[in-house]
Design a protein around this ligand. Structure first.
Ligand SMILES: [Zn+2]
Length: 322
């Protein structure tokens, strides 16, 4: 409430029909383009003035403070080091349940007597992978561009930490090449052993075809390439994982993102998400891919291209996009 952030608002069909009625792109045109997954370029709407009145009077009932944790390793190129590759994971989890059922309807299950929700996979695996990646950059070879590590607060509370860093970025937002988000990379989906070599990659192609292709090319250089699975990148997938973790705050600002994820399981958001269930070799394998992808982007002279062509990969997709 204290920061000046452009308001975002939703409205019904009649509103947009009216507002865009005299524009070069009308509301039906815009919807048709979206349906065809075509790129949407910005356009201005002449002779339209919209006044938004925001009533920002409020009364705090409780105040809870938290912080993002940020680190940076400076790039080696004097010209490119003021451009950045961001890595992210979230350091919060869903806390603990003090009664049989908390305000969000969560119950202590499946372990009735255990009030602590450990969050080993969600997102202990992402935060520790990010520490390992940060250590590799701090102690190993330095890419041309700088690399920034953000351990976001409040992800589970609706992406608070990443929204804060997207609205008030720690480095100039226009200098960010991409953001690579790691949230849950230490299990097999539904404990299925057939998923052992599988990682879901979500969102990479939507803003930058280039980023999708860098991930594919980087994966091919690993001693054992992972199976890159795009099932959850399908905009029609009912899980909507694309909007559900920190990368989305950056994607909303037009920054190319990729979300690395190994899927949910019966311990997801339950007090049974504990450390002895983590597949550390798999976690390290995915972390290696994220590290090398970030290194490739950060060490390239070329700016990652933003072509905003939307989601094109989905279930069964393999390889580059031409
Ligand atoms: Zn998470």
């Amino acid at each position: 409430m204290d920061g000046i952030v452009p308001p975002q608002f939703t409205a019904d069909e009649a509103f947009f029909d009216f507002v865009l009625s005299a524009a070069a792109t009308t509301w039906p045109d815009l919807k048709a383009k979206t349906d065809r997954n075509e790129p949407l370029s910005p356009f201005s709407v002449p002779d339209v003035k919209i006044t938004i009145s925001v009533d920002n009077t409020y009364e705090p009932l409780t105040t809870l403070l938290t912080r993002n944790v940020v680190g940076m390793v400076e790039g080696s190129d004097p010209r490119l080091k003021d451009t950045y590759v961001l890595f992210g994971a979230h350091l919060d989890h869903v806390g603990y349940a003090t009664t049989d059922q908390d305000a969000k309807g969560r119950v202590n299950t499946p372990i009735a007597e255990d009030k602590i929700w450990n969050g080993a996979d969600d997102d202990g695996t992402g935060t520790t992978a990010e520490m390992a990646i940060a250590k590799a950059f701090a102690t190993g070879p330095k890419p041309k561009r700088s690399v920034v590590f953000v351990w976001h607060a409040g992800e589970e509370a609706d992406l608070y930490g990443s929204r804060y860093n997207a609205d008030f970025p720690i480095v100039p937002i226009e200098k960010i090449q991409c953001q690579l988000n790691i949230d849950m990379i230490g299990r097999n989906r539904d404990n299925d052993p057939a998923q052992a070599n599988n990682v879901f990659v979500i969102g990479a192609d939507r803003i930058s075809t280039d980023l999708h292709n860098v991930i594919v090319d980087t994966n091919a250089t690993l001693a054992v390439p992972l199976k890159l699975d795009y099932e959850y990148n399908d905009p029609n997938d009912p899980n909507s994982f694309y909007t559900r973790s920190d990368h989305y705050s950056y994607a909303s600002k037009g920054i190319p993102i990729a979300f690395f994820f190994t899927g949910t399981h019966p311990d997801y958001h339950a007090n049974s998400d504990s450390v002895e269930k983590i597949l550390f070799d798999k976690q390290a394998h995915v972390a290696q891919l994220v590290y090398q992808t970030g290194f490739a982007v950060a060490n390239s002279e070329r700016t990652l291209e933003r072509d905003n062509k939307g989601a094109r990969t989905g279930r069964g997709w393999a390889g580059r996009i031409k």
